[in-house]
Design a protein around this ligand. Structure first.
Ligand SMILES: [Zn+2]
Length: 270
């Protein structure tokens, strides 16, 4: 899968370090779709065309599509709108070669737009999730309606949001597999810490079970600067994988809560 993440976080994002301003990148707000418009590759072109279709309130029908060329017409048979793009000499960059810009049909996103796909949603909500934090699918759906005037189903927004997170941070499943590296790094940078991670083995596969972390600085802080009692609390995790997050805390000299250790455990009912 091509990651949108790589585009959004590339140095090209702000356009300042892009040496080749003739090449459109989907992540740029000033995306052009006209004869001569160039795109980094066919995936970028298709993504940009989808965005163009949603924002211009029409759907297109693909007439020809292979890795070297792409031809489409407006979904409305009577309409004159056409586009033809093909690969350039460098065998990567895609360029719009022919285009009939004007629609002779009536365009509308009322009742949705097939081009507002899960991938498109993931793309357009990424920046919003980055700036606003965790936004609910319900709110995102309203925001998409307001911004792009297109109605999308709750489920599609839910999945699009999940895809955006995966593109940004990688898969949940993959991050569990990095736990051993995480432990090594913690121990290297916090000598004397206690980091315990338990895995289950199911059918030759390693599955995360629980971890316990007590950083050396925290245990020292507790011994030298806190009141001699420990509070213990836990909460249920509501992410994709359930579990319980538990923490041992105490009160420091400023009457503030001071963390001593924390752990993630399996839920009792799983
Ligand atoms: Zn049309």
């Amino acid at each position: 899968m091509i990651s949108y993440h790589s585009h959004l976080n590339s140095d090209n994002e702000d356009g300042l370090t892009n040496d080749d301003d003739d090449v459109n990148s989907f992540s740029k707000n000033s995306m052009r779709m006209e004869v001569g418009s160039k795109f980094e590759n066919v995936v970028d072109f298709r993504r940009a065309l989808n965005h163009f279709a949603v924002t211009n309130e029409f759907n297109y029908y693909i007439l020809k599509c292979d890795p070297t060329r792409f031809t489409a017409r407006c979904e409305n048979l009577e309409c004159e709108w056409r586009i033809h793009a093909s690969i350039t000499q460098d065998e990567v960059t895609f360029e719009v070669k022919k285009m009939v810009q004007v629609h002779t049909c009536t365009r509308s996103n009322k009742g949705g737009n097939k081009r507002a796909t899960q991938g498109w949603i993931a793309n357009v909500v990424t920046d919003k999730l980055k700036s606003d934090g965790d936004v609910s699918p319900y709110e995102l759906r309203n925001w998409i309606m307001k911004t792009y005037n297109v109605d999308v189903s709750y489920l599609k927004v839910f999945r699009g949001k999940e895809q955006a997170y995966t593109d940004m941070y990688g898969k949940w499943e993959d991050s569990f597999m990095k736990m051993d590296d995480f432990r090594e790094e913690l121990l290297k940078r916090n000598e004397g810490s206690v980091v315990e991670i338990d895995f289950d083995k199911v059918g030759g596969k390693k599955l995360f079970k629980r971890f316990f972390i007590c950083l050396a600085a925290c245990s020292r802080g507790f011994v030298v600067g806190c009141r001699p009692y420990i509070g213990f609390d836990a909460c249920h995790l509501k992410g994709k994988f359930n579990g319980v997050l538990a923490a041992a805390t105490c009160i420091d000299g400023n009457n503030s809560i001071f963390p001593i250790a924390y752990c993630v455990l399996e839920s009792e009912n799983t």
